[in-house]
Design a protein around this ligand. Structure first.
Ligand SMILES: *Cc1c(COP(=O)(O)O)cnc(C)c1O
Length: 453
C-alpha cells in the first residue's frame, strides 16, 4: 500500500521536478517510484520497499550504498573543509587523489585536471587537444574523429562528437561537425561481415579518414571496449588496439572516454587495460567516487601538458575551470573508493562473478525476441527485436524495453533500458544470490512483455 506521504511526494515531484531524458507527459501519467534510502545493493522507497539496484544508480555505484568507509571519509572531510577553490589555491584531498590516480591509470598519464561530471571531463579533453595543436603550431588540426553510436555527454562539445540521433538530432544545427567512423556494432555489422569471418574490416573506413584528413584532425575520441548509451556494444578483440596504433601512425591524439567503463566495470580497473592501450587523454567520472559525489577527472601526458607552458602574457594557459573543480568532499569519497578497491581486492574478486553472470545470461538467447546478448565484465545489454531472423526492431511506440523493465519492479529489481536494449549493470559489490535474482527478474520481465499475445 502507498502511504499518504508517498502520494504527496509523488504529486509534488510531478508538479515541480523536470526529470532528465524523460517524456514528462508519460511520467506525469505513471506510477512513479521515489527512493528514500539505500543499503548495500538495494534501494529503498518511501514505503520501505526494497529493490535491487540493477543499474548501479545509472552506472555509478561501485561498492553498494551506505558503504561504511565512504560514508566515514565524507563525514571526516566535512569536519575539515567542504569546499575551497582550485583557482589559485590547492587543497589536500585533490592532491592526494591526483597522486593515487596517476599510480593506477595506464602509465604516462600523469597530469590530472579535475571537474565535476562526465560531460565536462570530455569537454576538457576536447579543448586541451584542440589547444595543444594550436600551440604547437599546427593550426590546421582542429577537427575530431568519433564513432557511430558514440555517447560522450550532453554539453555542446560532447554532443558534437556524439552520434545517438534521438539525443542530438534536435541540437545538430548548433553543433560542430566531426569525422565519423563506423563502430563495430557486430550484431548489425557496418561492413556486412559475420563474427566468424571478421578481421575488423570496419577499421578501413577509420584509416581512410586518418589517411586523408590527419592534417585536419586533433584527436580521435572513443569509448574503449564498450559503447554504453548506444546499447552496451562490446568491440571485438583487437579493435581498440588497432585504433590506438592507427592514431599513433597518423599523428592524431587519442581520447579514451572511460566515464562509464572506468573503475572495474569491464573486469579491469580501466577498459584500456583490456588491450594494453595507453591513450593521450583519459576521461573519468561516474564510478570515481564509488557513486557518491559528482566528481570527474581528465588525465593527460606530460607531452600535452608542456605545450601549455609559457609566460603569462603569452596566454598559453588552459582556459577552463568549474567552480566546484577538485571539490574536497568528492575527492575524499574518491580516495575512500580507491582504498576499498585495494583493501577488498575488488578487481581480483570479480572473476567468479563475471563467470556466473556469463552463465546466467546464456538462457536469454533462447527467448523468442532476444536478438543478441552482449556482455563484458559486470555489464550486459540484451537487445530485444521483433523478428530474430531479420533483426527487425520493435516499433518505438510499443515501448517494449521500457515495459519489460517496469515489470521487473514487481520482482523487486530496478533496471533501465536503452531503447529496446535491457541493461544489467549492478554495483561491483553485487552478491551471487543477488545477481541471480536480477537476471531471473529480467528473464521473466522480458518473456512476459515480448511474448504476450
Ligand atoms: C555518462 C557518460 C558521459 C557523461 O557523463 P555525465 O556525468 O552524465 O555528464 C560521458 N561519456 C560516457 C561514455 C558516459 O557513459
Amino acid at each position: 500500500m502507498k502511504s499518504d506521504r508517498t502520494k504527496k511526494l509523488q504529486k509534488l515531484d510531478k508538479a515541480l521536478v523536470w526529470h532528465p531524458f524523460t517524456q514528462m507527459k508519460e511520467w506525469a501519467a505513471g506510477d512513479t517510484l521515489i527512493i528514500e534510502k539505500g543499503q548495500g545493493n538495494y534501494l529503498i522507497d518511501t514505503d520501505g520497499r526494497r529493490y535491487l539496484d540493477g543499474v548501479a544508480s545509472l552506472w555509478v555505484n561501485v561498492h553498494g550504498h551506505r558503504k561504511k568507509e565512504i560514508d566515514k571519509a565524507i563525514v571526516s572531510q566535512l569536519g575539515k573543509l567542504a569546499h575551497s577553490t582550485l583557482l589559485g589555491l590547492g587543497n589536500t584531498p585533490s592532491i592526494e587523489l591526483a597522486e593515487r590516480l596517476v599510480k593506477i591509470v595506464p602509465k604516462g598519464l600523469n597530469r590530472v585536471f579535475f571537474s565535476d561530471n562526465g560531460s565536462t571531463a570530455v569537454e576538457i579533453a576536447l579543448k586541451m587537444a584542440f589547444q595543444y595543436w594550436e600551440q604547437k603550431g599546427f593550426e590546421g588540426k582542429r577537427k575530431f574523429v568519433a564513432f557511430t553510436g558514440a555517447y560522450h555527454g550532453d554539453t555542446f562539445g560532447s554532443m558534437s562528437v556524439g552520434e545517438i540521433d534521438i539525443f542530438v538530432k534536435k541540437y545538430r544545427p548548433l553543433l560542430f561537425s566531426a569525422f565519423r567512423a563506423p563502430y563495430p556494432y557486430c550484431y548489425r555489422c557496418p561492413v556486412g561481415k559475420d563474427r566468424s569471418d571478421c578481421k575488423t574490416e570496419c577499421l578501413k573506413a577509420f584509416e581512410d579518414i586518418l589517411k586523408k584528413h590527419s592534417g585536419e584532425i586533433a584527436a580521435c575520441i572513443i569509448e574503449p571496449m564498450l559503447q554504453g548509451a548506444a546499447g552496451m556494444i562490446v568491440s571485438p578483440p583487437g579493435f581498440l588496439k588497432k585504433v590506438r596504433s592507427l592514431t599513433k601512425k597518423y599523428g592524431v591524439l587519442l581520447i579514451a572516454d572511460e566515464v562509464a567503463t572506468g573503475f572495474g566495470r569491464t573486469g579491469k580497473m580501466f577498459a584500456c587495460e583490456v588491450e594494453g592501450v595507453v591513450p593521450d587523454f583519459l576521461c573519468l567520472a561516474k564510478g570515481i567516487t564509488g557513486g557518491y559525489m559528482p566528481l570527474a577527472a581528465t588525465l593527460t601526458t606530460d607531452k600535452v601538458y608542456r605545450a601549455f607552458l609559457g609566460k603569462y602574457e603569452e596566454y598559453r594557459s588552459f582556459f577552463h575551470g568549474h567552480t566546484y573543480t577538485g571539490n574536497p568532499l568528492g575527492c575524499a569519497a574518491a580516495l575512500a573508493n580507491l582504498d576499498i578497491f585495494e583493501n577488498e581486492r575488488v578487481i581480483e574478486g570479480l572473476e567468479p562473478k563475471v563467470e556466473l553472470f556469463k552463465k546466467l545470461l546464456q538462457r536469454f538467447e533462447g527467448l523468442a525476441h532476444v536478438g543478441e546478448v552482449r556482455q563484458i565484465g559486470l555489464v550486459a545489454g540484451i537487445e530485444l527485436v521483433k523478428d530474430k531472423k531479420t533483426k527487425e526492431p520493435f516499433p518505438a511506440k510499443s515501448r517494449v524495453g521500457y515495459r519489460a523493465c517496469l515489470r521487473m519492479r514487481d520482482s523487486g529489481v530496478i533496471l533501465r533500458p536503452l531503447g529496446d536494449v535491457v541493461v544489467i549493470m549492478p554495483p561491483l559489490s553485487i552478491k551471487e544470490s543477488e545477481l541471480k535474482k536480477i537476471v531471473e527478474a529480467a528473464y521473466k520481465g522480458i518473456k512476459e512483455i515480448t511474448e504476450k499475445p
